[in-house]
Design a protein around this ligand. Structure first.
Ligand SMILES: Cc1cc2nc3c(=O)[nH]c(=O)nc-3n(C[C@H](O)[C@H](O)[C@H](O)COP(=O)(O)OP(=O)(O)OC[C@H]3O[C@@H](n4cnc5c(N)ncnc54)[C@H](O)[C@@H]3O)c2cc1C
Length: 380
């Protein structure tokens, strides 16, 4: 046997799983086709949102509460700053599904929050241009994560704890052999007791089927220069998510470099992509709608593009995570797909994966994320 546990994919979820499994004293080996912190999957882009008043459902809140101390633990163990609490602003009409669901989550679970009308919100955050009738739901327990540093920190810490790491190697398939799992690459087959599969958008390729109900969506992030860096500092401005039309949102961050801020649409593309053929070029058609909306809604923003980056979501049919044993292959634990909103959960998803592969069970309620709810996974 090459290790007690294998982790395939060392991106957002896999790096955290490697750290958590190594921390429990198991012999673990991790694989990635690229180097940790790379910009070719979903775990990059300088910043990711952390928030707790979770519009996607109150079932996520216990995991978010658990994620926060785990982020702090990773910071302490590695000496790297990973999460800056800036507070978060959910902006729009109180009727918009995202704002109303976030508010319900905050109220039902007793999370600290405030709701401000447009005039009061503009007084507090003069960076915002608001419409009459819009509101701001503010929560202090929100902020900015540093994705590349987080992935590298988790892998480095796992190595310190004894993990082996193989990079630059593409895993072709993984097979539950009943009493162990085989990890097959072009050159050799590795044998491990149990496996965490955390390959994000590549899941169909590693499981050898194009029939899974997941789809990869290209996402473009754009940085625009700012004129008032002090006003966009994380102490003066939070992460924000703003209602767009009935079903969509766009979002942005405080300035991390004192010169620019990043903004993006959430689900703006709608086309299916292949993770190996993703269009990584950024076109005027990607930038123009974002520039228009950002300039119309934020003050002290300049129209020139400072930087762009392409990323991808791996969407699921119900927009919920997929976490748990692969039906019919109980030695293989799926950590994802994460449906385009998973980064903030990375350390707790890593802890859940470690629970499942080391102890065979977890105290977290992962029922809502059960892979078994998706019949196509049972047919793999
Ligand atoms: C633009 C954008 C913005 C986002 N913003 C936020 C946010 O603000 N907050 C938030 O919480 N979430 C956010 N998300 C979602 C979040 O980033 C993802 O849910 C999360 O990163 C998914 O993690 P993952 O580990 O599943 O995938 P990845 O991080 O992509 O990791 C998968 C890894 O598997 C490796 N791999 C794949 N196939 C193989 C193979 N065959 N052999 C070896 N290695 C393999 C890949 O190289 C990669 O390293 C955002 C996503 C995008 C695209």
């Amino acid at each position: 046997m090459d290790a007690d546990v294998g982790v395939v994919g060392l991106g957002s979820m896999g790096s955290a799983a490697l750290w958590q499994v190594a921390g429990r004293g198991a012999r673990v080996i991790g694989f990635d086709q690229f180097e940790p912190g790379h910009p070719f999957g979903a775990g990059h882009g300088e910043s990711k949102i952390f928030r707790t008043a979770y519009a996607e459902g109150p079932e996520y809140v216990p995991m978010l509460r658990a994620a926060l101390p785990l982020w702090r633990q990773l910071e302490e163990e590695t000496g790297r700053p990973l999460l800056t609490m800036s507070g978060g602003l959910m902006i729009g009409s109180l009727d918009h599904y995202f704002i109303s669901s976030a508010l319900r989550s905050a109220r039902d679970l007793g999370l600290l929050h405030r709701v401000y009308g447009a005039a009061e919100a503009e007084r507090r955050w003069p960076q915002l241009k608001l419409q009459p009738g819009e509101h701001v739901l503010w929560e202090p327990r929100a902020g900015v994560l540093r994705p590349e540093s987080a992935v590298v920190a988790a892998v480095d810490r796992a190595r310190e704890l004894g993990a082996d790491v193989v990079t630059g190697v593409r895993v072709q398939s993984v097979v539950d052999m009943g009493d162990h799992v085989e990890i097959r690459t072009a050159d050799r087959t590795w044998r491990v007791g149990r496996l965490v599969l955390a390959v994000g958008s590549w899941i169909g390729k590693v499981l050898g089927t194009a029939e899974l109900p997941f789809w990869v969506e290209r996402q473009v992030q754009v940085w625009f220069p700012i004129e008032e860096p002090d006003l966009y500092h994380p102490e003066r401005f939070g992460i924000f998510i703003r209602a767009l039309d009935e079903w969509s949102t766009w979002y942005g961050f405080p300035s991390l470099d004192g010169r620019t801020i990043k903004v993006a649409f959430h689900h703006n593309n709608g086309r299916r992509s292949d993770p190996d053929q993703l269009d990584r070029e950024v076109h005027a058609s990607d930038i123009e709608p974002l520039r228009e909306i950002a300039l119309a809604n934020l003050r002290w923003l300049r129209p020139e593009v400072a930087r762009t980056q392409v990323c991808m979501y791996c969407n699921t049919p119900d927009e919920h995570f997929v976490i748990g044993p692969l039906p019919g292959s109980p030695r293989i634990v799926l950590s994802g797909p994460m449906a385009g909103h998973g980064f903030k959960f990375s350390p707790v998803v890593g802890a859940i994966a470690a629970d499942l592969v080391v102890e065979g069970r977890t105290a977290y309620d992962i029922g809502p994320f059960d892979p078994g709810r998706l019949p196509a996974l049972a047919a793999v």
